[in-house]
Design a protein around this ligand. Structure first.
Ligand code: ZN
Ligand code: ZN
Length: 87
């Protein structure tokens, strides 16, 4: 692992103890466990808003066994984990 880690075994920027207060908001980032967008192959229901999902709609796994509709699966400023580079 190339990342530098603090004594708390965290990235120094995401560690609330080691990072200065101004950067503490970085820790507020939620790591989403959503799967890739896929086309629904069957009618279903969004695990979040309960909206009906129709075959052909864009849905994604919520990481907890459910599926999210296009609205709920949207992550503001989404980036892939491989882009997680604070250096
Ligand atoms: Zn720390
Ligand atoms: Zn939804």
């Amino acid at each position: 692992m190339a990342d530098e880690q603090c004594i708390h075994d965290l990235s120094p920027l995401s560690c609330a103890v080691c990072s200065p207060p101004a950067r503490a908001s970085v820790a507020a980032f939620v790591i989403y466990d959503y799967g890739p967008w896929v086309e629904a192959g069957f009618p279903g229901r969004c695990a979040d808003c309960g909206e009906t999902v129709s075959p052909g709609d864009q849905i994604r796994a919520d990481g907890q066994g459910g599926w999210l509709c296009g609205m709920c699966g949207e992550i503001p400023g989404e980036f892939s984990r491989s882009d997680w580079d604070w250096s």
